[in-house]
Design a protein around this ligand. Structure first.
Ligand code: SF4
Length: 181
C-alpha cells in the first residue's frame, strides 16, 4: 500500500522549525517507514508530485511568493498545520508591521547605517518577490487546520502531532509538550 505523503515549506521563517522536525533524531527512520516526503526542503523537491495527507507550514507570508506557495499547499494537502510562531502570528518578521513598508525599504536600501548604495535607488528587480504591505500569519491567507505553538515547537510535539494526524488519532498533546515557561 502506498504510504501517505507529507510536504513541508518554509515561508517567512528561519528554518528553525524544520531543524526541530529533524531533531526527532533516530525516529526519522520510523518517519521514513511511515510516510513519503513530497514537496519539501528536506528532499529538495520543488513541486508537488501528488496529493499529500499533511502539509507543515513554517513562517508567515511576507511576499507574493509566500502566498503562492501557501495556496499551493492548501490545494494539495488534506491537513494543513501552522508550525511555530512565525506561521501562527508572523513572528519576528512581523515586527515590520509596526511601520509603513516604505520606511522599511528606505532603511534597508538607503538610510541604514551599513548601507552602501551609490545608485540611491530601492531595488525593483522582477526576480525579487514583491513584498506585501505587512507580514500575514498563514491562517489569514488560507484555512489552517491545526496550530503547533513554539519557537520552534519541540521535536517531540511535532512528532506526536504528525504521528497522530497520520494515524487518524485525536490530536491531544500532553501539557508538557506545549507549555513554555
Ligand atoms: S517559529 Fe521560531 S524557529 Fe520557527 S521559523 Fe519562526 S523564528 Fe524560526
Amino acid at each position: 500500500m502506498a504510504k501517505p505523503k507529507v510536504a513541508t515549506a518554509s515561508l517567512a521563517g528561519c528554518f528553525g522549525c524544520h531543524m526541530s522536525l529533524l531533531d526527532i533524531d533516530e525516529r526519522i527512520l520510523q518517519l521514513i517507514e511511515l510516510v513519503d516526503f513530497d514537496k519539501s526542503p528536506i528532499d529538495d523537491l520543488k513541486e508537488f508530485t501528488g496529493r499529500c495527507t499533511v502539509g507543515l507550514i513554517e513562517g508567515g507570508c511576507c511576499n507574493e511568493e509566500n502566498v503562492r506557495v501557501l495556496r499551493d499547499f492548501r490545494e494539495h494537502c488534506d491537513i494543513l498545520v501552522s508550525v511555530g510562531e512565525c506561521a501562527i502570528c508572523g513572528g519576528i518578521p512581523a515586527m515590520r508591521n509596526t511601520m509603513p513598508l516604505r520606511e522599511c525599504l528606505e532603511e534597508a536600501y538607503l538610510k541604514g547605517p551599513t548601507v552602501h548604495n551609490p545608485s540611491g535607488k530601492i531595488t525593483n528587480d522582477p526576480e525579487i518577490p514583491l513584498l506585501l504591505n505587512k507580514v500575514y500569519p498563514a491562517h489569514e491567507v488560507v484555512k489552517v487546520d491545526y496550530f503547533l505553538q513554539g519557537c520552534p515547537p519541540l521535536a517531540d510535539a511535532i512528532w506526536a502531532a504528525l504521528t497522530a494526524l497520520l494515524t487518524k488519532q485525536p490530536l491531544n498533546l500532553p501539557y508538557a509538550l506545549v507549555k513554555y515557561d
